[in-house]
Design a binder for this molecule. Structure first.
Ligand SMILES: *[C@@H]1O[C@H](CO)[C@@H](O)[C@H](O)[C@H]1NC(C)=O
Ligand SMILES: *[C@@H]1O[C@H](CO)[C@@H](O)[C@H](O)[C@H]1NC(C)=O
Ligand SMILES: *[C@@H]1O[C@H](CO)[C@@H](O)[C@H](O)[C@H]1NC(C)=O
Length: 291
């Protein structure tokens, strides 16, 4: 059976197009980041079995210091641009600070749980042998929240998290996994059912993060996944794979209506949705030898 490795090695041109709702960006003390390789700043360096890694050149050649950092890009990634925009340092990988003696200070300044290969569904990351699934990332956030409650007290921790920004970039790997050649879709699942299962799961996951005290969300939709190299390879004319793009758009529609619903249901929840679908994507790595 072919080993599929789908590194989403493109990056957003975020700096120009990023616009925060001002009620979201006001007085953010810390950023907590969840997601996949588009926003991973090095958690996978700490996962020995993962095949989704970027701790080697050319990754990082344009980064200050010119060293690979674990970012799946040659320079700064979306996590860096968002932090820059808010005047904060980039939140470090959770796994790089979780066992440090001063971890509580680090947690107070925000951390990143993002991990290359992660998906909304737990099964998605199996493609990469090891990554922090979105559910695992939320489990780690629960640990961080517990530490903050211990350090600050319940009310202050709640206030702190309510002011913090939650950044989420997830879903691309789920779509890519479902539409990859040679993948076996979950039993009895057609694309509509699959996309529905993603939004159902995402709703649960966002609710958990909200219940832990988070209120301000920045969520990026998925790009036109039919235009990544492993999808283009499935189109004889070398164009993008239209079915995959169609369902990428459908997922985004589902996520947008989910967010609208949650904002009206959940007291104090605010969000900015970043539409990544129409963005120009730049591919900097094509691991076709694994495909
Ligand atoms: C934690 O300690 C390390 C090593 O002493 C230091 O480099 C780092 O800046 C500290 N982090 C925080 C958030 O205080
Ligand atoms: C392949 O790409 C062409 C554009 O080059 C497009 O018209 C066609 O629908 C695509 N085929 C599939 C199966 O997505
Ligand atoms: C910002 O979000 C609030 C609700 O969260 C909304 O009422 C307001 O219109 C939004 N402003 C902009 C500029 O999008």
């Amino acid at each position: 059976m072919a080993q599929h490795l789908y590194l989403l090695c493109f990056f957003f041109f975020l700096s120009l197009s990023l616009s925060f709702n001002s009620s979201i960006s006001q007085a953010v003390p810390a950023i907590f980041v969840f997601g996949d390789s588009l926003i991973d700043v090095g958690n996978n360096n700490h996962l020995p079995l993962s095949v989704a890694k970027a701790d080697f050149p050319h990754n990082g050649v344009d980064f200050p210091g010119r060293k690979p950092t674990g970012r799946f890009s040659n320079g700064k990634n979306a996590a860096d641009f968002i932090a820059l925009k808010l005047g904060l340092p980039t939140s470090p990988p959770y796994l790089s600070v979780a066992s440090a003696p001063n971890k509580t200070e680090a947690f107070l300044q925000g951390v990143s749980f993002a991990s290359g290969g992660a998906g909304i569904l737990d099964g998605t990351d199996k493609l990469f042998r090891q990554s922090l699934t979105f559910n695992k990332q939320i489990e780690y956030f629960t640990i961080v929240q517990g530490e903050l409650v211990q350090q600050l007290g319940a009310q202050a921790a709640q206030n702190y998290l309510a002011k913090s920004l939650i950044v989420i970039v997830i879903g691309s790997n789920d779509i890519l996994g479902y539409f990859s050649s040679g993948s076996t879709p979950p039993a009895k699942s057609n694309p509509q059912q699959f996309v529905d299962s993603l939004t159902v799961s995402l709703k649960d996951q966002l609710k958990k993060i909200y219940d832990l005290g988070a209120r301000k969300f920045f969520i990026a939709g998925v790009a036109a996944i039919g235009c990544v190299p492993s999808q283009i390879n499935q189109n004889k004319t070398g164009g993008c794979k239209e079915e995959t793009n169609y369902w990428s758009g459908k997922l985004n529609e589902g996520v947008k209506s989910l967010l609208q619903g949650m904002e009206s249901e959940l007291k104090g929840m605010k969000y900015s949705y970043f539409d990544a679908f129409g963005l120009i994507l730049q591919f900097i790595q094509k691991p076709s030898n694994y495909d």
